[in-house]
Design a protein around this ligand. Structure first.
Ligand code: CA
Length: 218
């Protein structure tokens, strides 16, 4: 799943981006508020992490603009320590959760996963579909209790479909979640990955809806 990070502090941006990548996410990291707003407005993300104090456009304005434009991606806001007014403003502007600085990377990842699960209608850290079980904390898919050896890309693909189970996911949406905007996309990347993931999973788990996309039954 692709996540947008907007944070102007270079150190925090780098540390968070690394931690997110290690946790299996694809990350687009921006330092500038206006650039961050534009990416969130034009690209597809599974979630965003927003700092509030940013150059050119502050985090609250970004969030308000996204919400006014109907962008409903889950958003985690980074606030100054002990600032209750920032927390209140963040929630009022449409944030799904907030985290005061400084924070532990583990807590950031846990909160991010929680808002993603809530937004896809799953409260628990695991999602079951047929004989397959996704565990987002372990970054693992198991079939009948046996972990499946998926590559990070295959895992992202299967996890995204499982978090959206019961819905047909268009191929373009899948492609958007598998790659950062800074990489050139190969047109058949999704088909290739689907093929590889299918060979490791129960045959009928991922269905193709020709002309529409892919789905895992709910
Ligand atoms: Ca800042």
């Amino acid at each position: 799943m692709r996540v947008l990070l907007v944070e102007d502090d270079a150190r925090i941006r780098l540390d968070v981006a690394r931690a997110l990548e290690a946790a299996g996410f694809v990350v687009d990291a921006e330092a500038d508020g206006e650039d961050g707003w534009h990416l969130g407005d034009t690209e597809t993300y599974g979630a965003a992490i927003l700092d509030l104090g940013l150059p050119h456009m502050d985090g609250l304005s970004i969030l308000k603009r996204w919400r006014e434009a109907g962008r409903d991606l889950p958003v985690l806001v980074l606030t100054a320590r002990g600032s209750w007014s920032e927390r209140v403003e963040g929630i009022d502007a449409g944030a799904d959760d907030y985290l005061p600085k400084p924070f532990h990377m583990d807590e950031l990842i846990a909160r991010l996963r929680a808002i993603i699960r809530r937004s896809s209608g799953h409260a628990a850290a695991t999602v079951a579909a047929g004989e397959a079980v996704l565990d987002t904390r372990q970054m693992r898919v198991s079939v009948r209790g046996v972990p499946v050896a998926l590559s990070p890309q295959e895992y992202r693909l299967v996890a995204y479909l499982m978090l959206n189970k019961g819905r047909v996911v268009p191929q373009q949406e899948l492609a958007d979640h598998l790659q950062s905007v800074h990489f050139e996309r190969e047109s058949n990347a999704v088909e290739v990955l689907i093929g590889r993931a299918r060979r490791k999973l129960p045959q009928s788990l991922i269905e193709t809806r020709r002309g529409f996309g892919y789905t895992i039954a709910g």
